[in-house]
Each structure stands twice: as C-alpha cells, then as structure tokens.
Write a protein that binds this ligand. Structure first.
Ligand code: NAD
Length: 350
C-alpha cells in the first residue's frame, strides 16, 4: 500500500523511514502537524510483525499527539517514532546512537521522548547525536518535590483534577463519598487512587498483579475486585488506567456509572462508541484531554518555568473538560467528537 493512500495518513506533514546497515536499526518517524510548534512524541520500540504494522502504529500515534498538544494549549505539534525490534533482544548503545542521528536529521521538526520499550537511559544514548530529545533533564515537579523525569505523577494529578471536574459536572458534588472504580494500579492508577482517597472518595480497585492492589487496600481503604468484576460494580465513576479499548459495546452494557474518567490512551474501542456512551447518560472525559498532565510536564521541563506554572497548567485540564461538556450538551454531540473539533479549530486554523 502506498503511504499517501494509507487510511491513517490523514494529512501527515512528513513520514521518514530510516535504515542503518551497521546497527540494523529500522525506524519510522511521523510528523503529523507542526502548525502550533515542533512535533513532540515518544519513541516506541516494539517487535512489529512487519513494517506495515509499524507504519500504522506511528501514524495513529503521531496524529493523537497533535490533538493532545492542541487541547493542552501547548506550543507543540504531534509526532511519534517507532523502532522495529524487540527491546529485550535488539537494543544496543549503537542502535540508540543511530536513532539519535535519525532524530537529528529531522532538523528539530520532531522531538523525541520515552515510550513503551524505550527508557530514559536510551534517550540519553540518543542525545549523544541530537539535542532534539526531552525527558532527560527534569527540573520541576508540579508539587514542588524533587523532579526525577517520571511524568506519571503529573499525569495522575491531571486525571485527578479532571475526574473531580467531571463529577462536579455530572453529579453536582465534590468527591466525598463518591464511589470510583479504578482499573489498573500502575504508575498512574495508584497515584490517582491516592489523590481520590485524600478527597474522601470510596475506592474499588483492580489489577492483574496483586502488589499495588494490596497496598491500596491497606493505605486507602480500597475494596479489591477481580479484573473482570470492575465493569459490574454499582459505582459512580469508572477510571480506566490500564490498557486501551476497555470501553466497548460489551462493557458499556455492563457499566452502571455516570462518569468515565481515567488515564488510559484510546479508551473507546472505536470513536463511534462515544455516541453510545452519551446516549446512556454517561459523561466521558476524552482520554487525550484528561491524561495530558505528562506531556504538559515534559513541555515545562523544556523551558524556563516553575513548579507553580506547571501545576496551574495541569489544573487547566479541568476547565478544558468543562468547556467540552458544555459544548457537548448544547450541540448534543458526544464529548470525543467535540474534543476533536476544538483541537482541529486550534491546529488547523493556525
Ligand atoms: P503501568 O503499566 O504502570 O500501569 C498499568 C497497570 O494496568 C499495570 O499495573 C497492569 O498490571 C494493569 N493492567 C493491565 N491489564 C489490566 C487489566 N485487564 N485489568 C486490570 N489491570 C490491568 O502504566 P501507567 O504508566 O500507569 O499508564 C496507565 C495508562 O495510562 C496506560 O494506558 C498509558 O498509556 C496511559 N498514560 C500514561 C501516562 C504516564 O505518564 N504514565 C501518560 C498518558 C497516558
């Protein structure tokens, strides 16, 4: 299939393919849109079955970054990189250095960061050959604590503020006594549970591994449930913080909640699920809006800023969501559609 006719090509400005004979590096960088600024997005390393799968992934992810940056009011565009290979078998310092050369060849139109299969140490190896990297010089933490470059605390704080605003909009209350089911007690989900507990929410938590679940039970008084039980609970909020596509036709039939607000990327199995969610009277916080705390964090690390400025920028997620909800109500359109429209108004008309 030609790249230009690819179903996910959708207005990409540039797609670059790179093959380095010496190290065996095969990588693709996709720059979706740079109207608002240079494109930023993580570099993923994955054992794709073929280059078509890798192309599909990089195009889809880079487009998502354009929408995320636009909704977070960042002077950044959307881009992404993928390395074809198994990070446990094919990683080497030379391979990462070659990837750094590839990033450098983009001339600053693409700024890389960590993603699945790529650690901060890999970005440091790339940085030997390019200055267009992020996530390796953390200076600020939204709560004034010592910055370590992990964006998860900022992501969790943004999801917490967004969830709080969503509950206020849908139920007209604060979080005291509100029942929240959190799927996934990982880097973000566990920290989200901590914030929610501090505001008096009643937590139901699940994970496929027990460690953090047990800790949440002990520390936050959470009720542990089996992974599949999470969709059947009689609760107010479902907070997906594990993998994508957990909101689909089957799970939607089971969910009794009034709000869906969580950190996971690509929560809706298809965009069309958004309308079914709306018709069921559930308020859905568009994933790339509510989970933007991490990219806001990276943005502030790249410029002269302060912990307070970063914190207030992350807290702005709540206002953005409220604006989406109001427009969704007045136009009788699903929140994911409204969010896409607002993002496009920002980056296409620039
Ligand atoms: P993580 O890998 O630390 O946590 C995910 C957790 O979900 C793990 O503990 C895993 O065991 C659990 N899990 C997987 N499948 C499950 C299932 N079926 N049922 C219950 N639990 C399951 O990842 P994270 O960094 O916490 O990110 C969580 C989600 O948020 C991901 O979708 C990620 O893409 C998204 N996200 C993360 C960030 C960030 O800053 N880390 C930023 C934006 C979006």
């Amino acid at each position: 299939m030609s790249v230009f006719d690819h179903v996910e090509f959708d207005g990409h400005e540039q797609v670059a393919f790179f093959k380095d004979k010496k190290t065996g590096l095969q990588a693709i960088i996709a720059v979706h849109n740079t109207n608002l600024g240079p494109s930023l997005g993580g570099c993923r390393m994955w054992p794709y079955a073929n280059s078509a799968d890798a192309l599909n992934d990089v195009l889809r992810l880079s487009k998502g970054m354009t929408y995320k940056a636009a909704m977070a009011q960042l002077k950044l565009g959307g881009g992404k990189a993928v390395i074809i290979g198994d990070p446990r078998k094919h990683k080497s310092p030379e391979l990462m250095a070659a990837m750094g050369r590839f990033v450098e060849q983009m001339g600053g139109r693409y700024i890389t960061a960590e993603d699945s299969g790529i650690a901060v140490s890999d970005i440091q190896l790339m940085a030997a050959n390019t200055k267009h990297v992020s996530g390796i010089q953390a200076k600020y933490r939204f709560d004034g604590g010592k910055a370590d470059g992990n964006p998860a605390p900022s992501t969790a704080y943004g999801v917490f503020k967004g969830l709080e605003a969503s509950v206020k909009y849908a139920l007209g209350t604060d979080l005291q006594g509100v029942k929240v089911a959190v799927q996934g007690m990982g880097h973000v989900g566990y920290r989200l549970a901590d914030h929610l507990h501090q505001q008096g929410a009643q937590l139901y938590v699940t994970d496929i591994y027990p460690d953090n679940v047990n800790e949440a039970v002990e520390k936050f008084g959470a009720i542990a449930v089996e992974p599949d039980e999470i969709f059947d609970l009689d609760v107010d909020v479902y907070a997906p913080c594990a993998m994508g596509a957990s909101v689909n036709q089957q799970t939607l039939e089971r969910l009794k909640v009034k709000v869906i607000a969580g950190a996971a990327n690509n929560q809706l199995a298809q965009e069309s699920i958004g309308e079914l969610v709306r018709k069921k009277g559930i308020l859905y916080a568009p994933d790339y809006v509510i989970n933007a705390g991490g990219v806001i964090d990276i943005y502030h690390q790249r410029m002269l800023s302060t912990a307070e400025a970063m914190r207030s920028h992350i807290e702005g997620i709540a206002d953005t969501l409220t604006e989406i909800y109001q427009r969704s109500d007045s136009e009788q359109q699903p929140t994911n559609v409204i969010s896409n429209q607002i993002a496009e108004e920002r980056f296409l008309t620039k």
